[in-house]
Design a protein around this ligand. Structure first.
Ligand SMILES: CC(C)(COP(=O)(O)OP(=O)(O)OC[C@H]1O[C@@H](n2cnc3c(N)ncnc32)[C@H](O)[C@@H]1OP(=O)(O)O)[C@@H](O)C(=O)NCCC(=O)NCCS
Length: 171
């Protein structure tokens, strides 16, 4: 299905979206719901990213073009992986918008965004090996599976993930 989305920078008024994502279902592969304190600091961090240099990363709301509804979030942030400067990405789609291609469209959009910023820099995603939906998103969005790795998320928790890489096409 062709779902059209646009990415809008995370703002000061978007705490509601973090709250909607902070459920046992939405965080089942992300270490579980966060405390109110951690969520508030996440909100400050995301809003600050919108005001900072794009090279330092961005979080976005994923907005449906047809209706203007906010369906989820996607972002990118710098990481050194195997000695290489890359960006890591991650996404979340609210339950009522799942299953209609929103995450794939958002993943493609964030890769295009990074490609416009720095065409030489690859984007990696690290979904848990048993997270069928997120691995399917990577595959459908054109990422290439490099293998399996032990990944730390949230801090202090190591678990096996797949390592997916998307290299933006040259401009
Ligand atoms: C993972 C998530 C973003 C998928 O969002 P979505 O908008 O429903 O995904 P899409 O509709 O774009 O579907 C993408 C692919 O996933 C598949 N998929 C969706 N839900 C699935 C499920 N529960 N099990 C298996 N595959 C699933 C779809 O069939 C599709 O694959 P295809 O293109 O090969 O047909 C959403 O489930 C979510 O937000 N989960 C909670 C947050 C999270 O875990 N984020 C990822 C952290 S790594």
């Amino acid at each position: 299905m062709d779902t059209h989305v646009r990415l809008e920078p995370w703002g000061e008024d978007d705490f509601w979206l973090l709250e909607r994502k902070n459920t046992p279902e939405m965080t089942a592969h992300l270490g579980g719901p966060e405390t109110a304190e951690k969520l508030a600091s996440r909100q400050r961090r995301y809003a600050a990213m919108s005001a900072g240099a794009p090279e330092a990363g961005r979080m976005f709301k994923v907005v449906l073009v047809e209706t203007g509804e906010t369906a989820g979030s996607v972002g990118y942030w710098p990481r050194v992986w195997d000695g290489e400067d890359v960006y890591e990405t991650g996404w979340g789609v609210l339950p009522e918008f799942q299953g209609r291609g929103v995450a794939v469209a958002a993943a493609r959009a964030v890769v295009a965004h990074v490609g416009a910023l720095d065409a030489a820099r690859a984007v990696h995603a690290f979904p848990s090996v048993d997270h069928a939906a997120s691995n399917a998103v990577c595959r459908a969005a054109g990422f290439r599976l490099l293998g399996t790795t032990d990944f730390e998320y949230p801090p202090g928790h190591w678990h096996p993930t797949h390592n997916w890489r998307s290299t933006p096409p040259p401009p």
